[in-house]
Design a protein around this ligand. Structure first.
Ligand code: AMP
Length: 248
């Protein structure tokens, strides 16, 4: 079985985003970029399935600028076998990403596609679901456990009330939640080896997908600054203060 893992290059999760002075978006100049954390979990899960003998090949794919190659090299250094970069400088929205991924799935016929549950830049939480709909295949989103059982995959999902387990006929789409696993770091020898692994260069046009945005960003602004808190002596003082503020 082949596993396809889409990985997105996003602003590093440790960086505090700054809004551009003209309010047109987030300032990405000289900002550290990394693989979307949920996608690292997806790569890790694919590697564990391969190590367990459930998969033979892991293909990583990224849709984005030339620099997204670095993200793919990270996936290769972690343990993916080959990579596809679908290069574009446009901002590609989840529907267009899902359409490109569908075309790649049609070509590569993986048994599983493991995506992150959301990209931490747009927080859309849409691509996996849209891909499953376009392919007409089952989906198991927010996975905290993935077990291959013959031609099916059993996915334990993190839902509001606790955990839900669903059994999906493969080929299937899975999206990862935070507790699924702890991704490994790529070792130096593996980073060196990853440089020699195959990386295909494509464009959205190669897959016949139009990436022009359907949404227009009107304005991006910083969240309101939080007021400093105050300390009260005891419960009576707290109640009095809440009454004074009109909230009790
Ligand atoms: P989103 O729906 O944008 O929150 O993204 C959910 C998941 O879809 C991510 O965690 C990735 O696995 C995948 N994805 C989204 N955008 C891209 C992209 N440009 N390139 C590769 N994978 C992507």
């Amino acid at each position: 079985m082949k596993i396809l893992v889409p990985v997105k290059r996003v602003i590093d999760y440790n960086v505090k985003p700054r809004v551009k002075a003209d309010g047109s978006g987030v300032d990405l100049a000289n900002v550290k970029m990394s693989m979307n954390p949920f996608d690292e979990i997806a790569v890790e899960e694919a590697i564990r399935l391969k190590e367990a003998g459930s998969a033979e090949e892991i293909v990583a794919v990224s849709i984005g600028p030339a620099k997204a190659q670095e993200t793919l090299r990270t996936a290769l250094a972690m343990g993916a076998d080959r990579a596809i970069l679908v290069q574009t400088d446009d901002e590609v929205e989840p529907l267009a990403v899902a359409k490109i991924l569908k075309a790649i799935v049609d070509e590569e016929t993986p048994g599983l596609v493991i995506l992150g549950k959301q990209a931490i830049d747009d927080d859309s939480n849409q691509t996996g679901q849209m891909l499953a709909a376009l392919l007409g295949r089952p989906q198991g989103t927010f996975a905290s456990k993935v077990v291959i059982e013959g031609d099916s995959v059993s996915v334990t999902r993190e839902v509001d009330g606790g955990l839900e387990t669903v059994k999906l006929a493969m080929p299937a789409i899975v999206t990862t939640d935070l507790r699924l696993n702890e991704p490994r770091y790529a070792s130096l020898p593996n980073i060196m080896k990853a440089k020699k692994k195959p990386l295909d260069n494509k464009t959205p046009a190669d897959y016949g997908v139009e990436t022009a945005p359907r949404l227009k960003t009107l304005k991006v602004s910083e969240p309101p600054v939080r007021q400093a808190g105050i300390k009260v002596e005891d419960v009576d003082a707290l109640v009095a203060k809440l009454k004074e503020m009109g909230v009790a």
